[in-house]
Design a binder for this molecule. Sequence first.
Ligand code: SAM
Length: 168
Amino acid sequence: MDFIKDDLRTELNKAGFAFGKRTFFSLLGVSYYLTEEQLTNLLITISSFAPEGSSIVFDYGDEHMFNSDVRRVQNTVAMAKEGGEPMQACYSYLELEKLLAKAGDVMDKEEWILCPVCKNKTRIRIRQDTTLTNFPLFCPKCKQERIQHQFDAYCKKVLRFTASVNFD
Ligand SMILES: C[S@@+](CC[C@H](N)C(=O)[O-])C[C@H]1O[C@@H](n2cnc3c(N)ncnc32)[C@H](O)[C@@H]1O
């Protein structure tokens, strides 16, 4: 399967993957072929269905990968490009930690929605499988109501597993 074009759940389903069973995922040798956004989304997708106790192993290129003075690293990057599978991203340890935190955020089963205006907790709690369309979010603290953009960005992160989220 292609991690960029194909839907992981669909492909795993076709292959007879046992959803619901604790799983060890190996993504070795792949992360650098994905952009940061693609890797984040892939990890988020995995965390959306992997039961508690599952784990994943992957390697990554460090922040010097694209400007390394080590010949072996330069050759690896050049060969991947020549082979039609250019490397896309590398990370410092801190950057990777942030990426994982982003993916980890959505592992929570439920989250309180924060007010996009005053950033306080509203009284609305959503789950990974909650769907909301044109939801007018009223904040009991600042008494403002908002439907779109800032809120949209927040909810897409939390609710990215639901296809029908639409706050526009
Ligand atoms: C370095 S090899 C690692 C193979 C294997 N995972 C292993 O550990 O031996 C990288 C593999 O990732 C594959 N790859 C690159 N981009 C991909 C993508 N978007 N979706 C799926 N596989 C991809 C390449 O075709 C290649 O087979």
